[in-house]
Design a protein around this ligand. Structure first.
Ligand SMILES: [Mn+2]
Length: 349
């Protein structure tokens, strides 16, 4: 593949940036990050957009909206992900444009990383040499990029992309509104948790006015469950443990095979544990084929599970976080319960 982009520069210093890109060394966090990013988008020609591994609604929706913005600006945008787009988001407009890749080559003015706390989080290889624009709203967000915009008050990265779209003077089309509405609906668990504030509803309202259909979007996401997911949920619920303010549940790799489940079927199972009255923190553990344990954590707000996950090498939000631990399952369960109990002991009532 060859890319006819004479003004663009690629990896390994093929042509050093002589434009505004040179102004931002790694770690830059200007006072007006959105304006700086817009400046770069206007000056560049070719962009790569990616998000984290196992993309969720915010990752997919904000990538698609970012791609639509760049297209409206007359730019070339390649959307990539290291994992397949989950089935539930494949009907979003433009979802087929997200390419499933392991490695990236080619000429890009910048890589736009959405919702990542590091380049590695994308699990897309070959990104290191490029100019990195980092847009994130996680509590564990870090200034790893050249130009960094982290807004922990945003309910979704999609909300930040929406601000960028408006600042660019671009049009929020009904298709873009649908993608952006998906980001806020899913990142707040259907407007139930996360950093919800009055501005979240203002954001949702603007999207509904722009043509997003809240009922149709909710139906596509919450009422289109694959049978394998329900079978896996049954296995997980049969393991449910509840002790004081903690609840936890798990599935083994054998459970996954028996239910004919795929990775995305695990999404949301932890929410059943946190939904119990009186429970403040919950954990869902999944045994991976190679024996390591994927852990999802939820909190109703008194326990900061992002800090807890970060202490174990993971990350996330104060209310929702994750990490991969060494197995076996019993060992990982003991490790996370000890950490959660210490967290619960630090809370009142
Ligand atoms: Mn998000």
């Amino acid at each position: 593949m060859s890319f006819p982009a004479p003004k663009s520069f690629g990896p390994k210093g093929e042509a050093e940036p002589q434009n505004c890109f040179a102004r931002w060394p790694v770690g830059s966090a200007p006072a007006e990050p959105m304006a700086a990013i817009l400046d770069l988008l206007r000056q560049g020609e070719r962009f790569l957009v990616c998000s984290h591994t196992r993309p969720d609604g915010d990752a997919v929706g904000s990538m698609l909206a970012m791609g639509m913005l760049l297209e409206q600006m007359g730019k070339q945008a390649d959307l990539v992900a290291a994992d397949r787009v989950p089935a539930v988001y494949r009907s979003l407009p433009g979802a087929e444009k997200i390419r499933w890749v392991l490695r990236v080559r080619g000429i890009y003015d910048a890589v736009i990383l959405l919702e990542c706390d590091s380049v590695e989080r994308s699990r897309v290889r070959g990104l290191e040499p490029y100019f990195h624009i980092n847009i994130d709203h996680h509590a564990t967000g870090r200034n790893f990029g050249h130009l960094n915009w982290i807004d922990r008050d945003a309910a979704s990265v999609g909300e930040m992309v929406h601000r960028l779209v408006k600042a660019a003077g671009a049009t929020v089309t009904p298709e873009m509104a649908r993608c952006l509405y998906t980001t806020v609906l899913t990142d707040t668990g259907g407007f139930c948790y996360g950093g919800i504030r009055a501005s979240t509803f203002e954001f949702a309202r603007e999207l509904a006015v722009a043509g997003a259909d809240p009922v149709a979007i909710a139906r596509d996401i919450y009422f289109a469950t694959p049978e394998s997911k329900l079978r896996l949920l049954g296995a997980a619920l049969s393991t449910l443990q509840h002790e004081g303010k903690l609840a936890w549940l798990w599935v083994t790799h054998a459970d996954m095979l028996h239910a004919r489940a795929v990775e995305e079927d695990c999404e949301g199972i932890v929410n059943y544990a946190i939904s119990i009255a009186g429970v403040e923190a919950a954990a869902f553990l999944r045994e991976l084929p190679e024996g390591r344990i994927r852990l999802s954590l939820r909190s109703k707000g008194k326990i900061d599970v992002a800090a807890l996950a970060a202490g174990l090498g993971g990350g996330g939000h104060e209310n929702a976080a994750g990490v991969t631990l060494d197995g076996p399952l019993e060992r990982a369960t003991a490790e996370i319960l000890a950490a959660l109990k210490a967290g619960v002991d630090g809370t009142r009532d």
